[in-house]
Design a binder for this molecule. Sequence first.
Ligand code: MN
Length: 482
Amino acid sequence: MIIKGKTADWEVVCGLEIHCQIISQSKIFSGASTHYGSDVNQNVSFVDAGMPGMLPTLNEECVRQAVKTGLGLNAKINKYSAFARKNYFYADLPQGYQITQFQYPIVGEGFVKIELEDGSSKNIGIERLHIEQDAAKSIHDISPTKTFIDLNRSGVGLMEIVTKPDFRSPEEAGAFLRKLRSIVRYLGTCDGNMDEGSMRCDASISVRPLGSQELRPRAEVKNVNSVKFAMQAIDFEARRQVELYESGGTMQQQTCQFNQTTGQTKFLRFKEFSDDYRYFPEPDLPPLVLSDEFIEDIKTNLVELPDAKKERFVKELGLTAYDASVICENKEMAEFFERAAQGHDAKKVANWLMGDFFAMLNEKKLSLEESPISAENLGKLVELITQNVINGKTAKDVFAIMAETGKAPEVIVEEKGLRQVTDTSAIEKIVDEVIASNPDNVAAYKAGKTNLLGWFVGQVMKQSSGKANPGMVNQILKQKLG
Ligand code: MN
């Protein structure tokens, strides 16, 4: 994105920090449950409540999940990492510090490939991924004068993923967030639900004159909870900074809040620097050292990720890159497609999936799991068309009945007698009748109005109750009309 100013053209420089809640049964440093939706303050151990003298114990599953995610980000896994205390005082942080990683994160540099609407792609650099504990949750809307604290979230494992400042537009940031969400969902390491707070995004935004390589002071917009809002925040903040510079102002590093109603960012405070947190090595936890076997084991059992699946769908099944990326964004959708395409024309299956099938789910407000049409039945419907048992028009009717009844397509075709007429003599008979009863149009056709052919095809199809094979009708009509 280039912002035209009076004095210069400006470009956006943006990096993201994303906090992803780790999927695990228990918290990262205690045995308390991570179950979402429990009664308040039910899943709290003494460690999570910050009782003095309690000792954290690292949950191996959280480590495994972080390594898995690191591999999904094409990143370097650090066999040596260490925990640190980040000190700050806040009501939702009973310990008075957060156990996190600072100098030695568990995952180092990597990259994520994003696809843009114009068909181009770009690699976004990953700076690091570290693991840490989540804070508790403050509840402000019960009392006008009091804030309540729910400690259930305190100590839930987080992966903080930091990108390089590689984004040059809100669209790139949006594409990245969708891709990251897709990757962690494929891996099963985070549920990726931004609206429930299990994936939260901070965006650091600055601008600079186009062509310059400098990094100017940035504004960090905190806790944006949807892809759309992240894009809006970047767009608004970048334009605000351009206006500021153009009117002779200067920027100071700062922290902002995003207002979902107005779509604007609002100044909160001048940004604290890492010195302010007085990080020091966590004395209660030894450094984390991973064995080669531990990492190898995770690598060997890694699921096929969206990029690899997409490539396979393009190469082996002949899908277009666009279709493949739409289908692969969601793991369940990709698996549904593969089951449907098994043994059938994959491109046709993809067309039906992305057309009528998506529209049907949308209209009925159903999730994929609730679909009345199974993957197998969608594949069979396509096969009936390929085998010329029904034509494309009849297939639409059969599809509608499948969506209502959940029946298999071949059953519907038999029950309703929808089998396509491919018997040449039967079609010829109808063609002869249509020609005989429309002498005026026949004359007009012969006189050169050849676009009447479509009208003749329509008449024959109508006479056959839509069951004639349209290709054969066309051919026979052309012959007979001379
Ligand atoms: Mn963090």
